[in-house]
Design a binder for this molecule. Sequence first.
Ligand code: SF4
Ligand code: SF4
Length: 153
Amino acid sequence: MAKNKNIFDYVFFTEILQGMGVTLKHMFKKPVTYKYPYEATPIFERFRGVHYMKTDEDGNPKCVGCYLCERVCPSECIHIETDAGPNGERLIRKYEIELDRCIYCGFCEEACPVDAIHMGRSYDVVRPTREGYRVNMKFLVDKYKEYLKDKGE
Ligand code: SF4
Ligand code: SF4
């Protein structure tokens, strides 16, 4: 019994020392975590974040309603509705993306023939409801304005 107690004491003591050693070692290492949201996490060059919609010189969305992004989207999370314009063009009645279903693959950006829809760099869209993640054209155009502001344009 006494022998077991001595061994227990011995192991316990060394384990405490080993644990303290690990703690001390990490105390002087550079932290690998960030104090998000107070501290922004670094974003890599090819990061694909929340989309933005480019506008023309008059401030109108560049989208021509070709539906290519909707067709190519593997998550089926882009929803477009158009009306026929007076000159046969398509007028965008609805352009929505369900951000909570998007897998940020970038296919929509690649498919767009007029360079309208783009993957941005923001990732901090937090909404209290699922419906809130269904964003519309105004949101996407505002994201473009944010993008330009961040770039200093
Ligand atoms: S990034 Fe991919 S999943 Fe998201 S909307 Fe575009 S095509 Fe769809
Ligand atoms: S691919 Fe481009 S132009 Fe065509 S509907 Fe999508 S955003 Fe609009």
